[in-house]
Design a protein around this ligand. Sequence first.
Ligand code: ATP
Ligand code: MG
Length: 339
Amino acid sequence: MADEPAVEAIGLEKSYGQVRVLAGIDLSVPRGSVFSLLGPNGAGKTTTVRILSTLVRADAGRVRVAGFDVVRDRRAVRRRISLTGQYAALDGEQTGEENLRMTARLSGLSRREARERAAELLERFDLTGAARRRVDTYSGGMRRRLDIAASLVGRPEVVFLDEPTTGLDPRSRQAMWDLVASLAGSGTTVFLTTQYLEEADRLADRVTLLDAGRVVAEGAPADLKRRVADRRLDLTLVDPAAYARTAERLGDTAVLRDPDRLLLGVPTDGSAAHVRALLDGVDPDRDTVDRFAVYEATLDDVFLALTGRTAARRTDGAPAENAATTAPAATAREETTRV
Ligand SMILES: Nc1ncnc2c1ncn2[C@@H]1O[C@H](COP(=O)(O)OP(=O)(O)OP(=O)(O)O)[C@@H](O)[C@H]1O
Ligand SMILES: [Mg+2]
């Protein structure tokens, strides 16, 4: 059926020994959309992807992918999907072109078709210049692109990408984002896992937040963000006296108080009129507020609001901020913020 979801999972459960990895999760991904499964290390993302892509059997639950049951019609599912994991399954001793041609031949294309398909994919993934080079000499980003190119040889309906940008530099990450967008644009369903909030936010039509094998939230990124304070006006006061005065004036309206940084935050809809009115109300003589920023909620805030904690470290290795004492920096929305 054309309107059947590309991926539908109901009540997925999985344990390894005593460890309950998935505690009954439901997912539904419309055809042609980009879906992101977001969660910290160990949340169960890879396990979910492995079940959906027929590599692992769930202990309980039902899964249909591309219209077929992953257990009963495993082969039919496999013909319609591709899976790209974090570690590319490429032959480093062969060139990029040879890898693609080999994959194409294995998927049943004739020699000529394989050559044409390889050329087409190399072009699409901006690898034509490196086509005749051994994959050993490719950068991480090039390898990742080639790996995805190889997974598209058979024109899958559903593409699973398990953390496609982990470990990539910002430029390669951007290239990967463009690629996902173009895949979706061509009608392919993309199911990606990520630890990067920014990534889910940018790419996905819908996001499911997974934590310790449970779904803690799901929806469009914008809907999820709306569940926490949507936008906030953060005011940096000129000195401690101004901070004290303003904090008293704002009373309960202040949703963020950070005396060390002389920072106070109040909810706003972000419109110029509202921000202006707030500023005038707080600082009629224009001598109290040093700077202001309109802070937009991130999925990080959502995760925090729903689980009561930040789930992991920042990519720079610094400990996760504790929201009870510090608010996320108003303007520095890190690209690499992890859940
Ligand atoms: N084959 C296995 N045997 C035993 N435990 C496993 C196995 N596979 C996964 N686990 C456990 O299941 C939990 C979830 O693992 P999974 O790989 O699905 O998480 P993840 O969300 O993909 O994490 P990451 O972000 O680190 O990739 C972890 O605690 C992991 O140790
Ligand atoms: Mg994983």
